[in-house]
Design a protein around this ligand. Structure first.
Ligand SMILES: [Zn+2]
Ligand SMILES: [Zn+2]
Length: 211
């Protein structure tokens, strides 16, 4: 009898339902470092019920087991917490090497990962960029624009130059718009000019010398 039970347990653990149940136990041991062995999981929460998990995970395990019949498969978080919609069932091997930077390796067809949306979006929502995985930039078009804006706001001189009147540039020391002629060229800047006017630059270097 005991032997049959063992056999049964072994068989059960090899079924999608059995795997999902076992994984549920493991997730709950790891999350928030409840077992004291997983400090990296201290801020990882389980934001789903057992029922929600099983409803999603059982068919996912079924699919994964068909796709990778000879591999150990496990659950991978696409975000901070264990949450339906932010999990995937993939081979353990890939799970281990997976980092946010190679989210695109597992992207569904025609989709790419946006590092700011933290979601897979249609590749049409991205600017093309050959150097990145999938040939698209790591942020979607909307996020790229938002990030550019954020950066601009955090950089007042740049913000000023974005809004500069024609033929003028902002001097961060004079705190005024001056004719572009008053500035030295500086290729790395937004408008190709130094962020201080020529006379300010001169004064700054004079002051430096007097130290
Ligand atoms: Zn985005
Ligand atoms: Zn100036």
């Amino acid at each position: 009898m005991a032997r049959d039970e063992k056999k049964y347990n072994k068989w059960y653990r090899s079924t999608p339902h059995g795997k999902a149940v076992c994984t549920w136990t493991q997730i709950n041991e790891r999350a928030e470092n409840k077992n004291g062995k997983c400090p990296t999981y201290a801020n990882v929460k389980v934001l789903m019920t057992r029922e929600e998990w099983l409803e999603w995970a059982v068919p996912e395990y079924e699919k994964a087991m068909k796709k990778w019949p000879n591999e150990r498969i496990s659950v991978n978080r696409l975000d901070q917490h264990y949450e339906i919609g932010k999990l995937e069932i993939i081979p353990h091997r890939e799970n281990v090497i997976q980092k946010p930077s190679n989210k695109n390796v597992h992207a569904p067809d025609g989709m790419a990962w946006c590092g700011r949306c933290k979601a897979y979006l249609d590749t049409k929502d991205f600017h093309k960029c050959k150097t990145y995985a999938k040939g698209v930039y790591c942020y979607c078009i909307n996020c790229t624009a938002a990030l550019y804006q954020e950066r601009t706001y955090k950089n007042p001189p740049l913000q000023k130059n974005v809004n500069a009147p024609d033929g003028m540039a902002w001097c961060g020391r004079c705190k005024a718009y001056l004719d572009k002629e008053c500035f030295n060229k500086c290729k790395s800047r937004y408008n190709g000019l130094s962020d201080r006017c020529r006379s300010c630059c001169k004064e700054i270097s004079k002051n430096r010398k007097s130290y």
